[in-house]
Design a binder for this molecule. Sequence first.
Ligand SMILES: [Zn+2]
Length: 410
Amino acid sequence: MDLRFLGGAREVGRSALLVDESLLLDFGTKADTPPQFPVSTPTPDAVVASHGHLDHVGTIPALLSGTHRPPIHWTPPTYELALTLARDTLKLHGGTYHCPFIENDIKRVTEVSRTHGYGVPFDAAGYEVTFYNAGHVPGSAHVLVDDGDTRLLYTGDFHTTDQRLVSGTTARPDADVVVCESTYSDVTHDDRDSVEARFAESVKTTLWEGGTVVVPAFAIGRTQELLLVCDAHDIPCYVDGMGKRVTEMLLQYPGFVRDSDALQRAKSHARFVTGRDGQRKRIADQQAAIVTTSGMLSGGPAMTYIPEIRSNPVNKIAMTGYQVAGTPGRSLIDSGRAEIDGRVLPVSAQVEQYDFSAHADHAGLRAFLDDYRDATVLVNHGDDCAAFADALRDEGFTARAPERDDTCPV
Ligand SMILES: [Zn+2]
């Protein structure tokens, strides 16, 4: 089996792995300025996607822009999320280099889509492929690829700890080769319950003091997790941005969330913002949490709320995810200023950060890999893949960190 890393090697973003020039695993977009795409656009016999995040499925419609029509295999939520992301990219960037496909390509995605549940093997390009719950976001999968000789486990993004929205990964299918993500290989997450307790306490304090809390959150996974947290702690909340649509969609697939009744209750507990008639300006005055995209303040309704609440020190901005260098969210945390529509605005409101990660940390990655001591481990999807591969080798693993466009015979 030959593995060619078209992206996601020693970087986070544009994940794409080509197996024997025939089976493509993921085809993502790196959210950079400008965005970056996998190093080449192959013509595979089939495509398999691990989960519905931009850096794993964002470039998939571009595979269909010529005459080639490979089937695309994914779970039902991943299919829906990929379409949502593609339409959003088209709306924001259609007709520019930032969008490598057109509307017709998205329509073709619906024609070649094949959906599968967890644990049910299927054929893709002559390989036997099986999905296992990866515990990252709803529909996320570890992808096991078996050619009858070599078994490849492509972990995709995963979490070993339970979140409110999805349970952590427990499946450890036998494999000869593991391509393992390493986003947080040098991080130890605080215990999730204590992160949640601190968040709830802090938000409630601000509301008691008469303030408003803006909670920037990624639309896929994080928004729903925060709605569940708000419901569990009885925090009055609004939800705005793409996360609203994603929440509605996920309720259609109860088998892919940990507790769909809880998600339904959380949805009923939250008030959905329409944005009509100056609603956002009014809400920005209320004693409530506002869970809104974008998670890194790089667009979305968050950009309407921040200017409204920023000058009152009683108010709060509670960041809930990793902030990539160069994003407005990162500069807010580092410098206390936010760049909104090209203007740099000072922020007197309190700014806090909470680690609601959906990825395994160092201990989680190690615990996962302990079941693969006899396998060859190829580390990808991280800022320091080489260091993690070195550390694994020191512990007796056969491990390395391929570079972008490397082909690895395994
Ligand atoms: Zn992801």
